[in-house]
Design a protein around this ligand. Structure first.
Ligand SMILES: *Cc1c(COP(=O)(O)O)cnc(C)c1O
Length: 425
């Protein structure tokens, strides 16, 4: 049995413990949803206020230069780069994950049409995040490609000679299962296909080595583990060997080689800058910068490797506590036990009651979330708990499991107020 005292000892020995002070966590809340919306960094409110009152209020239009607004997408891209195994100058922070995916998938399809016209298939995972699949469906329809969906475990064996692009999310949003980015990239290249990685549940949570793996394209999210705030800009990365070769379809003026020449014809900027489109939400950009800063604050304490060690310790602990304390209550572990296949979350399934259990936990101050299974019952309803090593402690994990046990034991989750569905789950 793991005791509360064991967990307190783990907290005392945690080399990343001080990083929690970078966040404005509400009192009495155990926040296990940083994989959906990261916590507010303490620095953000003042930084955004300064941008509003000083940079906008006083500097007015001069702040595009004077406060560095115009460079923000590239500057933030440079700061995200080391978190995903990329170099400065290869990443831009911009737009949303969905829009960036549209841009890079379109570029990848152009590439495939030019280099391998016989390949007409985009291969992805059936259980991928829906927006990724919707974007791919629309692009494939418009460009005469087929979107082929397989189970996660079948990706490598489905790499047939007609596959142009393999488009995957590195860590699955529902199950927390993680692909071997390097192995899948190597296998895809061996089979003559390009790779696109969605790092929405990876950036800031698990180490990623895009360049080391030789990957082709990547996108990721700013408001999850990067703590950029609701609707924060996302990011896009393109390997330098491709960046100058193809244009993305949203050819706006921010991606122009010389936006302030105001010429009538589009000339794409060199490199990753061509993946910009139009004017960026500067208030959200500065908030994102504060979020990225919180992850970079771990660099002197061991960086992504240290964050990963703690993340695995937190998820290992939660799995062990749930198995020790909640046995016999119909919970099944969905997330892989194997470290190499696990992201930074733990998902549990239950044939009924998952929604009410999550709501009952939220009422107790333990915030996780619920993801519905398929209507045919093929995939079960899921209780999802994200663990953010920057601010989550081991004692909190103990209390979260304790609350879960109480909610299950007393049947509290059956109460009607916990079973009314909200618009956002
Ligand atoms: C969170 C997430 C998104 C979000 O896309 P938005 O454009 O920000 O709404 C996309 N894909 C994956 C895999 C995600 O986890």
């Amino acid at each position: 049995m793991t005791t509360l005292q064991d967990c307190r000892t783990m907290d005392a020995q945690d080399p990343l413990r001080e990083l929690r002070d970078l966040f404005a966590l509400p009192e009495g809340v155990i926040y296990l949803d940083g994989n959906s919306l990261g916590v507010l960094p303490r620095a953000t409110a003042q930084r955004v206020a300064r941008t509003v009152t000083d940079e906008w209020g006083q500097g007015l239009i001069g702040s595009w230069n004077g406060a560095g607004w115009f460079d923000l997408p590239r500057r933030l891209g440079d700061r995200i780069a080391p978190l995903i195994g990329a170099q400065p100058g290869e990443v831009v922070a911009t737009d949303s994950t969905s829009i960036n995916l549209y841009k890079v998938l379109s570029a990848a399809l152009h590439h495939a049409q030019a280099e391998a016209p016989g390949r007409r298939v985009v291969l992805s995972e059936r259980d991928n995040f829906p927006t990724d699949l919707y974007i791919a469906q629309a692009l494939c329809r418009d460009r005469g490609f087929e979107l082929r969906l397989v189970d996660g475990a079948q990706v490598q064996s489905s790499l047939s000679t007609d596959v142009a692009v393999v488009m995957l999310t590195h860590v699955n949003y529902r199950s927390g299962a993680m692909h071997d980015l390097a192995a899948v990239t190597t296998a895809a290249h061996h089979a003559g296909a390009l790779t696109i990685w969605d790092l929405a549940h990876s950036a800031g949570a698990v180490p990623v080595e895009l360049a080391g793996a030789g990957a082709d394209f990547a996108v990721g999210c700013g408001y999850k583990y990067l703590n950029g705030g609701p609707g924060a800009p996302a990011f896009a990365w393109v390997h330098p060997r491709h960046a100058d070769r193809f244009e993305q379809p949203l050819a706006g003026w921010w991606g122009h080689a010389a936006p302030f020449e105001f010429t009538p014809h589009y000339r794409p900027a060199a490199g990753i800058a061509r993946y910009l489109c139009g004017t960026q939400p500067i208030l959200s950009m500065v908030a994102l910068e504060c979020g990225i800063d919180t992850v970079l604050a771990a660099q002197p304490l061991g960086g992504m490797a240290a964050l990963r060690r703690k993340s695995l310790a937190l998820t290992d602990l939660f799995i062990a506590l749930v198995e020790e304390r909640c046995a016999g209550h119909g919970l099944a572990l969905v997330t892989p036990r194997e470290h190499a296949r696990r992201g930074s979350q733990v998902c549990l399934s239950r044939t009924d009651g998952a929604y009410g259990i999550v709501q009952a936990l939220i009422a107790r101050g333990v915030i996780g979330d619920f993801r519905a299974g398929s209507a045919d019952g093929g995939t079960p309803d899921i209780l999802r708990f994200g663990f953010t090593p920057l601010y989550t402690g081991f004692e909190e994990v103990w209390h979260a499991a304790d609350h879960l046990q109480q909610v299950l034991q007393g049947g509290e989750w059956r109460r009607p107020e916990f079973n009314r569905r909200h618009a956002v789950t």
